[in-house]
Design a protein. Structure first.
Length: 249
């Protein structure tokens, strides 16, 4: 027995939000679960850092809406994104919020989940590979036995615009320090290390690590601003400071 499209039209609409991590850039680095959900999506709200090739997974009738936030440039206000989530979930059903990296690591994915729940929308989270894991493509392991026993993951710029105070705490350990959104604070980060007598700790800056147009600079913590200028690096990029940077070199 076959079902006509009118049968499907009579099915009850289930407002759903899937917050999905698009991974660090390479479209093949999303999960199988994310791939399957994209195939079923009615609407995709996608970020600046989500690879556009992932939109090809969706059905032709899927509505695709750009809601990106370019670093220090044009952006879609968070309130507008929330409103789109609510509107599309109740009008079309399965909404995918496709965010670069992992939505719960310095993204605002959980804010969107909480908003959706407050409005009676079922929510689901599908993790993505966060950009710091792509440092492995450059032979930079985030941990390595007898060299780094942990990872401090920090944002370079807090909500109030200041550098995180946790950086000074992280420097007291032998952990690898990974700084997201720190490019505009590179000089301040370098000065913090120099003042603590740690300016010679190896450092790397990695941009688009999983993509063909990747850029990488390797040097010392004290030289971060010079590394950025000499290699013509820009945001978004990841700053990694620690002895693991030297392991594969």
């Amino acid at each position: 027995m076959t079902h006509s499209s009118t049968d499907n039209a009579n099915e009850p609409l289930h407002p759903e939000l899937y917050v999905i991590g698009a991974g660090p850039g390479d479209p093949e680095l999303i999960t199988v679960k994310a791939y399957k959900v994209l195939q079923q999506a009615k609407v995709v709200l996608y970020d600046n850092l989500a690879n556009r090739e992932l939109l090809d997974i969706t059905q032709p009738e899927c509505e695709k809406i750009y809601v990106g936030k370019r670093p220090y440039g044009d952006y879609t206000p968070q309130e507008n994104i929330h409103e789109l989530i609510r509107e599309k979930a109740f009008s079309k059903g399965k909404v995918v919020r496709l965010k670069g990296g992992d939505p719960y690591i310095f993204g605002r994915g959980f804010e969107e989940v909480l908003y959706a729940r407050q409005h009676g929308i079922s929510t689901y989270y599908i993790p993505g590979i966060t950009s710091m894991q792509a440092s492995g493509f450059e032979d930079i392991p985030l941990t390595h036995r007898a060299i780094s026993e942990g990872i401090w993951v920090l944002t370079g710029t807090k909500k109030d615009g200041r550098l995180s105070d946790d950086l000074k705490l992280a420097m007291q350990s032998n952990a690898t320090v990974v700084i997201y959104m720190g490019m505009k604070k590179a000089a301040e980060i370098a000065d913090t290390y120099i003042q603590a007598g740690n300016g010679n700790i190896p450092a790397a800056i990695v941009q688009h690590a999983s993509l063909p147009h990747k850029k990488v600079a390797v040097g010392k913590a004290k030289d971060l601003p010079e590394m950025i200028s000499s290699h013509q690096l820009t945001h978004p990029a990841l700053i990694i400071i620690g002895w693991v940077v030297e392991v594969g070199r």
